[in-house]
Write a protein that binds this ligand. Structure first.
Ligand SMILES: [Zn+2]
Length: 239
């Protein structure tokens, strides 16, 4: 086929716009922030699950502490009553002995409870330490995610704007190209990853590098200044 110089120049320009837009789309797809954001979210979910478990442990320990304290208060009250009985039973040996035994029992149980309460308070302190670590880890992940999101949005917006500019410029140039040429060019472009047009350079196709024999070139020249590469099928500008 025969194409004028302007059309050929336009086709090469369209091709470079297509390739640049493809590059920008790939860059957008592969923005490293995307992986950073996803990784931060996955880690956050795991930490939040752990946080829920730790919260349950805390609640369990708290209610144990409350039960110990409640039992201890009840025993203190019983002790007080028993002591009052002893004070009132002045002289009644049997009563004093029985109440004293009771008092000993209360005191023993209260000593155990004191130890239990102290253990559970230690446990609560350990859980609080873990909770602090968890919330620090969450805060760090949140700020990492926020930072990556900001960069992602910024870079993504710039890339999308660039792609839109490239597409607009390409669409404008395409209007200058004869419809049948544009149709063939688009089909080739889709098939070849955006490289639809090449030049005959040093007897070879500049895209696929396959040599084109002289007889073939002469034959193609007979029907115009643009043929198709016998190897890759791309438009081949002969001069
Ligand atoms: Zn070729």
């Amino acid at each position: 086929m025969r194409l004028d110089e302007d059309t050929i120049a336009d086709l090469f320009r369209i091709q470079s716009l297509v390739l640049e837009a493809k590059g920008a789309a790939k860059e957008l797809e592969e923005l490293p922030e995307r992986a950073v954001i996803l990784a931060a979210r996955t880690k956050k979910r795991a930490i939040e699950e752990k946080n829920t478990e730790v919260g349950k442990l805390y609640e369990a320990a708290e209610s144990k502490a409350a039960a110990f304290a409640e039992e201890d208060a009840a025993l203190a009250e019983k002790q007080r009553k028993a002591q009052a009985d002893i004070d009132e039973a002045r002289g009644s040996y049997r009563n004093v002995e029985a109440r004293s035994k009771e008092m000993n029992g209360y005191a023993k149980r209260r000593a155990v409870l004191e130890q239990n309460l102290s253990d559970v308070l230690d446990e609560l302190a350990r859980i609080e330490t873990v909770q602090k670590q968890v919330s620090m880890a969450l805060a760090a992940l949140n700020s990492k995610e926020a930072e990556a999101t900001e960069a992602f949005v910024e870079k993504g917006t710039a890339l999308k704007r660039r792609i839109a500019q490239l597409d607009a410029e390409r669409a404008e140039i395409e209007q200058q190209i004869p419809a049948d040429v544009m149709k063939a060019f688009r089909q080739l472009s889709d098939r070849t990853g955006g490289v639809a047009i090449a030049r005959l350079a040093g007897g070879a196709c500049s895209a696929c590098r396959a040599p084109v024999d002289a007889a073939r070139v002469t034959h193609m020249r007979a029907s115009g200044n643009v043929g198709n590469c016998p190897q890759c099928g791309r438009l081949l500008v002969l001069d």
